[in-house]
Design a protein around this ligand. Structure first.
Ligand code: NAP
Length: 310
């Protein structure tokens, strides 16, 4: 039987519609909208294209959006001063510094300079610590892992009690999603195994997984025979494997052999169109949440009030 495809494109739209609703209700209630600043240092084409997409999405959501494009030779001190300015700006609820920054700037120092309560990427050590503690301590979830969790929840995948295997232990995907799914609480409570290049018997671990999350950056790493029949497979990998001669665009492949895997898995995400589109959606959700928390209103309250007025 062919697996159910979990479409990131469709879920992205669903989440952005919720964000737009939240923004409209916030505006009605407070006259304010979430504010997001995207800071881009230098002219890397890949970074420019990511930033353009973030700005476009923020504007579609109805945010107040500031695009701060800075020259590649800006000093670290000037960039830090810029961030401090946004930390103190009450119209800004989210601060994004597009990474990587030029080599003469210390990336860790930049991340630490962002007010953790405006760190909508959730990369600041304070937010990493809050994630580890879990529950009420969490303010923002990092965007790609949060997108993965939403894909599991919204596709009706049973997480509680499930055997989850996460391939890859990066700070931005593998480690945080492993911690999030192992927490005690809703949308979690799984039994999680985190595997990497030093793992013995990688296929054996993968075969046990009810939920297999792969974030290694190795095209086709996970073979179809490593997948437990009926498992949910989340392929985070985005690998450029060539150029389409007709369109001139990169040909993208995941870490899983999708065509064969979809004949074995119960649910699976495609590449492209899977986890990728979820990341920006979760970034917008974090920015709305930041504004809601700062203004002292929760999303539920805003929606409840709206329901009462109907
Ligand atoms: P990363 O920092 O490169 O880390 C890769 C991880 O995979 C490492 O922990 C590495 O193990 C492990 N790994 C690599 N080869 C392996 C193998 N043969 N067997 C077992 N483990 C192996 O990765 P990342 O930044 O998390 O990115 C992973 C992939 O996800 C990339 O393709 C990236 O483009 C994609 N990605 C997509 C999104 C999105 O869609 N929004 C976001 C982030 C990343 P060691 O630690 O032992 O070296």
């Amino acid at each position: 039987m062919t697996a159910q495809i979990i479409s990131g494109k469709e879920l992205r739209k669903e989440i952005l519609d919720e964000v737009k609703l939240g923004v409209a209700e916030m505006k009605k209630k407070t006259g304010r909208v979430p504010g997001l600043v995207t800071i881009l240092v230098g002219e890397s084409p890949a970074s420019q294209s990511y930033v353009r997409l973030k700005i476009k999405t923020a504007l579609e959501c109805g945010f107040h959006e500031i695009q701060d494009t800075l020259p590649a030779n800006i000093s670290e001190a000037e960039l830090l001063a810029r961030i401090e300015g946004y930390n103190n700006d009450p119209a800004i609820h989210g601060i994004l510094v597009q990474l990587p920054v030029p080599k003469h700037i210390d990336e860790k120092k930049i991340i630490k300079a962002i007010d953790p309560d405006k760190d909508v990427d959730a990369f600041h050590p304070v937010n990493v610590g809050r994630l580890m503690i879990g529950g009420d301590a969490v303010r923002f979830l990092p965007c790609t892992p949060a997108g993965i969790q939403q894909m599991l929840l919204r596709s009706g995948t049973e997480i509680c009690g499930a055997e989850v295997v996460v391939v890859g232990r990066s700070n931005i995907v593998g480690k945080p999603i492993a911690v999030m799914l192992a927490q005690k609480g809703e949308g979690a409570n799984a039994t999680v195994t985190l595997v990497h290049t030093a793992t013995r018997d990688l296929p054996g671990h993968c075969r046990r997984a009810d939920i297999l999350i792969v974030a290694a950056g190795v095209p086709g790493l996970v073979k179809p025979e490593w997948i437990k029949p009926g498992a949910t497979v989340i392929d985070v990998g985005v690998n450029r494997v060539g150029i389409n001669s007709k369109t001139g665009k990169a040909i993208l492949r995941g870490d899983v052999d999708f065509e064969k895997a979809k004949e074995i898995a119960g649910k699976i995400t495609p590449v492209p169109g899977g986890v990728g589109p979820m990341t920006i959606a979760m970034l917008m959700k974090n920015t709305l949440l930041s504004a809601q928390l700062t203004l002292g209103i929760t999303g539920d309250q805003v929606l409840d009030d709206a329901d009462e007025k109907k």
